[in-house]
Design a protein around this ligand. Sequence first.
Ligand SMILES: Nc1ncnc2c1ncn2[C@@H]1O[C@H](COP(=O)(O)OP(=O)(O)OP(=O)(O)O)[C@@H](O)[C@H]1O
Length: 771
Amino acid sequence: MGGGPRTFPGGLSKWQYKQMHEKLARQKQRGLLRHEKQLYLRSEIRALADRFSKPGAEDLWNEDDGPLHRAKRPQGGQQQLESGRPRGEANWKDWDDLALEQPRTLARGKGPSLAAFNPKREYRAMAPWWPPSLGFIASKRWYSVMSHPSTVTWQLGPLGARGLDKAREETALPLLNQERLYSVAARRFGRKWRPDSSDEDEEATSTPRRNLRFGKFGASSEEGSEVDESEDTSTIRRRWSSAALRNCDMKKERRVLKSYEEENNDLAGRIRELREEIKNKEVLGAERRHYESRGESLLTNKRFDECGISPLTVKALADVGYLQTTVVQEAALPTCLEGKDVLVKAKTGTGKSAAFLLPAIESVLNAMKNNTNHRVSPIFALVLCPTRELAIQLTAEANVLLKHHDGIGVQSLIGGTRFKLDQRRLESEPCQILVATPGRLLDHIENKSSFSVRLMGLKFLVLDEADHLLDLGFRKDIEKIVDSLPRQRQTLLFSATIPKEVRRVSQLVLKRDHVFVDTVGLGAVETPTKVQQSCLVVPHELHFHMVHRLLREHIDREVDYKVIVFCTTAMVTEFMYIMLRDLKLNVREIHSRKPQLYRTRISEEFRDSNCLILVTSDVSTRGVNYPDVTLVIQVGAPPDREHYIHRLGRTGREGKSGKGILLLAPWEEYFLNEISDLPIEKYPAPDIDKEMKQKVDDSIKIVDMSIKEAAYHAWLGYYNSIADIGRDKTVLADLANRFGASIGLEKPPALYRKTALKMGLKDVPGIRIRK
Ligand SMILES: Nc1ncnc2c1ncn2[C@@H]1O[C@H](COP(=O)(O)OP(=O)(O)OP(=O)(O)O)[C@@H](O)[C@H]1O
């Protein structure tokens, strides 16, 4: 008779079974369609967000929501600006002027068109006294000037006391800010290409990082110019039109053009608000400083059992001795537990991890209560972080907090492990909370549809080290990840550093009505108060000798020493490690060139030990919590201020004391301008006697030639990417060759022609090209 069996699983008839399958297929198809539709909508929304953030669309960020009005540039200010123009940066300024004079008439191919339609710069040049709170002109530099209490008084004082008219005549401030802005501009302008020198992490693969930082959404006009240079006028016109948003403008009411007087009135109002805001923040900051000055830890009087979190979590916290919240936990928990989107800024080592892991657990508990879908087990909470070590650490912390929650599991997805093993682990073990690095997570999303389905149940997303994840090195990956997540979710962003640009870009992942929790406070120092910071400037040929000298000095003084030495690149780290090991120091190394298992083992060893030195690259810069580090040495100029703060933050955690030494060469002193608001003292240069120098030289000799050559290439790549140094290629080549000689290279190793071309080093005297 045929036709197969009469009954099917579950006692269904053939017809019922067929019906059921058809229904399931229809459901699946509907699901896929919904998903596709969601993806399409998101891409549309992102495109729109892009328009909002593009240079030229700044008026949309204006709190008044009014259009950009072209105010007249104060005459006096103009003159002073011209006279005070920094040497060598004249062209930036000239472009500004050009833009001012004939904004829409620049002919194709005529002169430097790049800034012509950048109203941001135009506006800043015209009305430099405009307060930064009004949004777009508050570049990072300006912001840092504003945030310094003394400068705030100086800036706002005249504005408040003499009124706006007088303030407009105030030209010293614009002059200063212009100079700073241009110097930032010049620095960024040069960062066009960055070779393998970065060792921050290998997850950020797609885009060279520093050079493109916030290029697309950035507040500073300078970055826009970087792109503009290669564009023709038609592109520029396109950009100009995007500023108006035209039919893409989603605002319901038409924005009415305001008169110059109206804008001034608005401005006066805004200034009053701003002063109020600063006063409030200063009160908060003062409270906090009081806390710190009492020499206590950052713990508050609030207990975890009063925070409205699950008693089982409170029990787990008590098991590890956490009874009271830290300042950031007290400040962030209530808002996070309310279900709001939050952006949190708090100093390094103050307990941010628990501040987001606790709400993550609560969110999972709620979701599990309400979850009716038993076919797939959704991942309810996702924590993204930039490095593998940090992901492993956060997973371990979450595991501690979940100790008494049976059936809830946390897992990590990081690069350097086997994809198939990850997959099997994800399927076989409970995973309601996932901690991941972006690259590997994306691999799973793109290659495993069942994984994407599990993510569709997501309720809670955290971006730890958010400023870094939203930086261009990671941005594309983060956007793709966010696209594959449900829009109905709570999102938290955490970091110790939140530059102004990040606040804008954060709108891509946060809801509009998100809350900003800042426990550092405007005007307060961003580094831990109990960390003694100093800077030592010696010729870079002596850096290795000096590191050895500083380490010896520290070891002699501290019985339980624990030191981290940060080097600029992975290969320089390796070189430093081999040299220090030969000098009989108890040293370990972590950098991206080491296999993951090795990295994890060393990381654990360093976490649990004393009397150990860790030589590392930027893979250890952010988030990793090694308790009781007594000294952090940073060798060479860090890529930016944020790197400096996060590296320094590996010591002085939990309100403890620590020391940080920044070792610079004389030509790296420009970096001190970036951190001029931090309490950094001059370190008295210790002597390096002949015997000690000889010892170090002997140890340098034993390092393998191939490592030396790789260190030379990496060194060259790193400094080439830093505009202050990479701008003058001849000087750079000379410095690199001096570095090569100091590590025992008789002649500079040759570069591949292609590499030299990319780095702009072809035909540069002193650079050898491989035949
Ligand atoms: N409530 C608490 N009570 C006691 N210790 C705490 C508490 N919260 C956090 N800690 C401890 O403080 C240390 C620093 O915490 P954590 O690593 O979360 O800092 P962080 O702010 O995330 O630092 P970073 O900015 O470097 O990432 C850890 O050792 C952690 O165990």
